[in-house]
Design a protein around this ligand. Sequence first.
Ligand SMILES: Cc1ncc(C[n+]2csc(CCOP(=O)(O)OP(=O)(O)O)c2C)c(N)n1
Length: 415
Amino acid sequence: MGNSSDAHAPSSGLSLRIPQPARGHQPADQVRYVSKAGEMKKPDLDEKVERVALMRKQMVRVLDDDGRAVGEWVPDLSFDDKLTGLRDMMTVRAFDARMLRAHRQGKISFYMQALGEEAIACSQKRALRPGDMHFPTYRQQGLLIAGGYPIVQMMNQILSNEHDPLKGRQLPVLYSAKSHGFFSISGNLATQFPQAVGWAMASAMRGDTAIASAWIGEGSSAENDFHAALVMASTYQAPVILNIVNNHWAISTPEDFARGASATFADRGYGFSIPAIRVDGNDYLAAYAASQWAEQRARSNLGPTLLEWITLRRGAHSTSDDPSVYRPDHESEQFPLGDPIDRLKQHLVVDGDWDDERHAALEQEIAAEIDAALAEADSHGSVKSGVVPSASTMFDDVYAELPRHLREQRDQVGE
Ligand SMILES: Cc1ncc(C[n+]2csc(CCOP(=O)(O)OP(=O)(O)O)c2C)c(N)n1
């Protein structure tokens, strides 16, 4: 007060911090806080949030470099369960590859793949129950595939053909499958996050046993809706799993821009008093175990859990994107968590009755399934061939009942 030489006064002007990408332009830079496989303790389901706080700067990992499953987080899965997981992931990858090819062939207008991220959605779908509801982004096709949703139906949606369950109204990959616990995907990022919490609250209010699972990318976690969801989930202890898939990129923007100075995305859970853990997203066994832990917490009325999944978006953001203009070559080869399919395969070889020959045979079997599905879907037309749902149906479902002005517009279409 009255002190003319204030020690805190800046000597020059302010400057804005622009995040310097920690990775990206220098692919050799390591992902932070990579724990050794088996190193992390597995807390009790009802462990206090303060006691699991450290886990937001560590990483749950089960598969070690030799493909062995180690530590407290090893899930109780049979060889067949693991093989099922491998098949799910391989099906997602083959599906994606075939759709990318279809795009290059001019058969479809748009596509988004999940290359490198297959373990996360596939394992969580298997860890939850039918009746639970997922609120996905456009990169969780694994939820549908591991949930047994017909592949032909997915393709019908992508082609916008006469069998498209969404009647040609949605951009390719924005699926909706209520019967399979897959909430309608919206193009508006992050909106599904608070909706998932609301769904979970409704389930709890009804005294039901079903839980919700919310999905978001690390980039989209900068949206207001992300924060609204965490407040509601924490206040009402909603039975929800809050998944942040940190694949390190939001189109051309590195994770650094959405995260805050030195934080992890899991850190955000702690501030809302939500137990939050980081998980190796390329380790199917860790992913299954962490999903199951969060699932059991929600189902036992112990409230929400935040899971930050560490993975890498290996492919382009979408078929409209060219990552070579903003990210380094060979990034995925240097990624310390490897590839989810390779790692589970290696584990099955080490642990049981699996080898390259069987793996190749399975790959062929899946490729044939995918080709057959595409042939079937293609026979029902596509946007490109002009065989699409009737134009008059475009007025349906805007409201529960068709109002007069829409009836008039439909009559003008005259189909
Ligand atoms: C509200 C809103 N803002 C911007 C976009 C455009 N957009 C589509 S995807 C995307 C990046 C999302 O990145 P991230 O959440 O990290 O998910 P990822 O694509 O990596 O899976 C953006 C900015 C949008 N669809 N909706």
